[in-house]
Design a protein. Sequence first.
Length: 330
Amino acid sequence: MKNKHRTDRFKKNQKVENILQLLDKNLRSVEKKLIREYTTSDYPTIFIFGCARSGTTLLHQYVSQNLKCIYPTNFISRFYYAPYLGGLYYKLFTDLDDRGELLGGPERDVDDFFSSDLGKTEGIHSPNEFWYFWRKHFPINNQRTIDRQKIDSQKAIFFRNSIFALQNLYDGPFIMKGMIANNCIDMLSELFPKAVFLFIRRDLFANAKSLYKARLDYFDTPKQWYSFYPKEKEVYQDLSPEEQVVRQVLDTNDQILQSLNMCNNKRTIKLDYEPFCKAPKTVLELLKNTDESIQVNADPVPSKFTIREKKGLEGQADTAIKSVIKNLET
């Protein structure tokens, strides 16, 4: 999504980008040396899938908060070119900061931890979407997802070994969003034999409506596409914005299901957003039953999430989205 099309609060800071590129050039070689030996892991890597605005961020936050694990914090995300190195710094600045001279321990305010703005979170300990890390290692197609035909096997191994190194460092699974790989989950299954896949779905109208609102917030217009394309762009170019968001939800979920069907179903957990919000602890029990190495923290929090219905969209957008859904159902 081009920077010039974004609203001010979602625009990239070029000064930050310049520093990240400088660090990338100088630290990536260090990462390669450090992770060379980490070709296996005793723990699963947990990938989260779902359409944009379906609850993937909340699921990521909840699971990261309540498992003995590591995940891409906003701090570690600044080391997307060398995440193991970032993990070492993070551990040094938090877990091992016994005297409170740096960032202190990883304690965090639960309310702040579960806040987000279109997938963006606040605070060094909060989960990051980590798309920079994916794009560093995999080629991206016009649909903004991985171009599986052009995958470089050595870069894919570098990607895997960085994650395995972090899992070894923190003695637990690594949890991350995986929607950029909606079209090639089977590839991840081969790269990570112990992987667990979480797939969350949301009510069609609520999801489509939230996508439409995301377009307005992110671009200040409903005509710009938000997030990943499940099919070629040309499939959607002649549709109205209301038709596009409905098709985006349906096609994305179909794409994920087709990709998951090529994997080990015993390591796939399918969730619906509303039941998850009412009883989130269920997903922790499912994860523990899927892989015995997964450890759940005592007294998981919170016990439930309030489902807040978004306000009606301006104009006739609500009505138009409902009409599109009704036409598809008849």
